[in-house]
Write a protein that binds this ligand. Structure first.
Ligand SMILES: Cc1ncc(COP(=O)(O)O)c(C=O)c1O
Length: 438
C-alpha cells in the first residue's frame, strides 16, 4: 500500500468519508490525493511523486503554490500578532484595489468562502428590492447554501423540458419549498430568458449567473444573451448579480464583467482573490451596499470575516494580478496549452473538445461541437474523462475530477512555456495508454 492509500485508511477512522470537503475525493482514483508539499506549478504527494498541477486548488492557486509575495505578506501579518476579528489598514487597501479593478465595485465586504459571499449578496439583493424570488441558470453553481443549490444535476427521469427545467435540490436535507423561490432558465437561451422575465420579472429580487460558466468546464455567454440579461434586470427592477467566485482574475484584473463589457449591480469574488488563503468578497453599487448594517438594516457579519492573514495574502495577490504583463503571460500559456491539448486528442484519435478562457478550461470527451450550456455537457463521456484523469495522474499531471457533468481545470501564473511543454509530453504518454484502451 502506498503512503497515500494508507493515509486514506487512517483518515477514514476520524474524518467523515476520510475528507474535510466532499469534493476533495478525486473520482478518478476514488480517494483524495495527499500532498506533502507544493511549489509554483508543482505538487509532491506523500510518496514523493511529483505532479504538474492542472487543478490549481480548484482555481485558488492562480499565482501558483507558495507565491513569494503572498508568503512575505502573510509572514508580516503573523509577525504583527495576526489579531483575529479586528481590522487594520490592509482591509481598506484591499477593498480599494478591488474597487479600482472590478467595474461594478464601489464598496466591498469580505467573507471567508464563496458560498458565504453568494449567500450574503442574495440576502442583500432581497433586502434592497423587497422581493424574494431569484432567477438562476440551469447548472450554474453558486455555493453550498440552501438558497440556490438547486438544478445542478439531472434527476434519473432527466432534466425536463427546456421551457420548464426540473428543479431538484442538489443535496438531501434541503428544504424543497425553497425551489418555489427560484425561476430556473437554461443558460444562453435569450428567448426563454425573455419569457421568464415576462412571467416573473416583477417578483425577482435578483438574477444570479456565472458570467463565464466555468462550472460546466468553460462556457461563454452569447453577447446577445448577456446583454438581454442586463437589459431585462434593469427594466424589471431586479438586481443583476455576477457570481465571479471562479472567474474573477481568471482572464483579466476586472474579471468577466470587464472582459464581457457588462457591469452587474453586485458581484462576488473568491478563490484567486485570497492568493491561496481563505478569502472571498462581495461588492457592488454604493447605494445597494449601504443597506448593510451598521449603516443599513441588512445583516452581514462573522467572527473570522476578513481575517488579517487572508486579507494580507489577498492584497499581495490582487496587486500581482494588476501588474502590467500578468495576463499577457496567462493568455500566451492558455493558447499553447489548449491548442496543444486539442492536438494531442486528435493525434490519439480521441473525440474530445477543449474550451478555455484565460487560466481555466474544460475538456469534453465525445463532443465535437461547441458546448453552450449545461444540457450539452450531459453528452460528455464521463467514463472516458475518469480514465483520462487516472492516466494523467499516473504520468505526473494532476487533474481533479470532483463529480458533476463536466469539471473545470486550470493552470497558474508560475507556469512557464517549458512547464506547458512538459505537461503536454506527460499527457501524450497518458493518452497513449488511454487510446490503447479505446
Ligand atoms: C461560481 C462559484 N460560486 C460559489 C462557489 C462556492 O465557493 P466556496 O467553495 O469558496 O464556498 C464556487 C466554488 O466552486 C463557485 O465556483
Amino acid at each position: 500500500m502506498s503512503r497515500n492509500e494508507e493515509q486514506f485508511e487512517v483518515a477514514r477512522n476520524f474524518l467523515a468519508g476520510g475528507v474535510s470537503a466532499s469534493t476533495r475525493v478525486n473520482r478518478a482514483i476514488g480517494r483524495p490525493m495527499y500532498f506533502d508539499r507544493a511549489a509554483g506549478c508543482r505538487l509532491w504527494d506523500l510518496d514523493g511523486r511529483e505532479y504538474l498541477d492542472l487543478c490549481t486548488s480548484h482555481g485558488a492557486a492562480l499565482l501558483g503554490h507558495a507565491p513569494p509575495q503572498v508568503f512575505e505578506a502573510v509572514q508580516r501579518a503573523l509577525s504583527r500578532g495576526a489579531p483575529c476579528s479586528y481590522e487594520n489598514e490592509t482591509h481598506a487597501q484591499l477593498a480599494q484595489e478591488l474597487c479600482e479593478a472590478i467595474p461594478c465595485c464601489e464598496r466591498v465586504r469580505f467573507t471567508g468562502s464563496g458560498s458565504e459571499a453568494t449567500m450574503h449578496c442574495l440576502r442583500l439583493a432581497r433586502a434592497f428590492t423587497g422581493r424574494t424570488k431569484l432567477l438562476k441558470f440551469e447548472g450554474n453553481f453558486h455555493g453550498y447554501h440552501d438558497q440556490v443549490m438547486f438544478a445542478l444535476s439531472a434527476p434519473p427521469e432527466g432534466p425536463g423540458p427546456v421551457t420548464h427545467p426540473t428543479v431538484t435540490p442538489a443535496s438531501t436535507g434541503m428544504v424543497p419549498a425553497l425551489a418555489e423561490q427560484l425561476v430556473v432558465v437554461p443558460f444562453n437561451r435569450t428567448d426563454l430568458l425573455e419569457q421568464a422575465f415576462q412571467q416573473h420579472g416583477g417578483e425577482l429580487a435578483a438574477a444570479i449567473c456565472e458570467p463565464i460558466y466555468y462550472n460546466a468546464g468553460c462556457v461563454l455567454p452569447d453577447p446577445a444573451f448577456i446583454a438581454a440579461l442586463r437589459r431585462l434586470t434593469t427594466e424589471h427592477g431586479a438586481l443583476l448579480v455576477f457570481d465571479e467566485v471562479l472567474c474573477a482574475f481568471r482572464m483579466g484584473p476586472g474579471g468577466a464583467q470587464e472582459y464581457l463589457g457588462v457591469t452587474p449591480d453586485l458581484c462576488t469574488v473568491g478563490k484567486a482573490v485570497g492568493g491561496g488563503f481563505p478569502l472571498s468578497a462581495f461588492g457592488g453599487r454604493h447605494d445597494i451596499m449601504r443597506r448593510l448594517m451598521p449603516e443599513g438594516d441588512c445583516q452581514h457579519s462573522g467572527t473570522y470575516n476578513g481575517h488579517v492573514v487572508p486579507v494580507a495574502a489577498g492584497l499581495a495577490a490582487v496587486r500581482a494580478y494588476r501588474q502590467p504583463g500578468f495576463y499577457d503571460h496567462i493568455n500566451a500559456l492558455a493558447g499553447a496549452l489548449y491548442t496543444g491539448l486539442a492536438g494531442l486528442f486528435a493525434k490519439h484519435g480521441l473525440v474530445a473538445r477543449v474550451q478555455g478562457l484565460g487560466a481555466r478550461f474544460g475538456i469534453y470527451f465525445g463532443i465535437e461541437q461547441e458546448v453552450r450550456d449545461w444540457r450539452d455537457t450531459l453528452q460528455h463521456d464521463r467514463a472516458k474523462m475518469l480514465q483520462f484523469v487516472a492516466a494523467a495522474i499516473q504520468e505526473g499531471v494532476y487533474f481533479h475530477d470532483y463529480g458533476g457533468a463536466a469539471c473545470h481545470h486550470g493552470f497558474c501564473a508560475a507556469m512557464t512555456q517549458a512547464d506547458v511543454n512538459e505537461a503536454l509530453a506527460r499527457l501524450d504518454r497518458a493518452l497513449g495508454t488511454l487510446a490503447g484502451d479505446a
